[in-house]
Write a protein that binds this ligand. Structure first.
Ligand SMILES: Cc1cc2nc3c(=O)[nH]c(=O)nc-3n(C[C@H](O)[C@H](O)[C@H](O)COP(=O)(O)O)c2cc1C
Length: 196
């Protein structure tokens, strides 16, 4: 059974550092067997504000179905003004009510320009994820001084940070393998759907 991960980038700034951190996590995920990753870059969705009609309803519907079909989710958000970015919040607001994130294990990564990192935004994101019924995993990565950590091409200059980001990506897969996969296989066996 393939593990499907949807990875959402919470910045739409051209050349943003969230995407650079996310790419490192995706690189790690792609190295693991039976893991498929779908990256989501929010600028393409033209997300409506809550309650307003979408200019691209098909794109929003596809976004929702992609998250619904995911085994797990990776959220990478910049810290803006002491909180999560508005694109990331809008993405969550566009995932429906009940949320397509409900019951999904979610790995959080935050990046920030400042020295204290993305502590405030990742804690907020954790609370929002829990509120919509997702399962935010305990290990969170907060990258401080992110402009010094990644170069313009997205290479990570800090071996420790790179290790943390890769570890967080694997953490999500290990959680899924240890909990969700067993549950799914057991259900298949009980329903007689298994080939075994
Ligand atoms: C509107 C806005 C607010 C920001 N507020 C903060 C902040 O509160 N703390 C901080 O460390 N960096 C802040 N930053 C800088 C971002 O953390 C920085 O741009 C970093 O590269 C991550 O964002 P990015 O993924 O868009 O590149 C802010 C940036 C913007 C655009």
């Amino acid at each position: 059974m393939a593990i499907r991960i949807v990875s959402i980038c919470g910045s739409v700034r051209p050349g943003n550092y969230s995407a650079k951190a996310m790419q490192l996590a995706i690189d790690e995920l792609a190295s693991l067997p039976d893991v498929e990753v779908t990256p989501v870059y929010l600028e393409a969705l033209e997300m409506p504000l809550p309650g307003l009609p979408a200019s691209k309803p098909d794109a929003i519907e596809q976004f929702q179905q992609t998250v619904k079909g995911a085994t797990g989710v990776l959220l990478v958000s910049p810290e803006y003004h002491g909180g999560i970015s508005s694109p990331m919040k809008l993405a969550i607001d566009n995932l429906g009510f009940p949320s397509m994130l409900a019951d999904k294990p979610v790995q959080l990564i935050g990046v920030a320009a400042g020295v204290i990192g993305a502590i405030k935004s990742t804690e907020q994101l954790r609370a929002i994820c829990a509120h919509v019924g997702a399962i935010p995993l305990p290990m969170t990565v907060s990258v401080a001084k992110v402009q010094q950590v990644f170069d313009e091409e997205g290479n990570c200059r800090d071996a420790e940070i790179e290790k943390f980001i890769r570890r967080a990506a694997r953490n999500l897969i290990e959680y899924i393998q240890d909990t969700i996969c067993h549950k799914v296989s057991l259900e298949e066996v009980l329903r007689g759907e298994s080939d075994a």
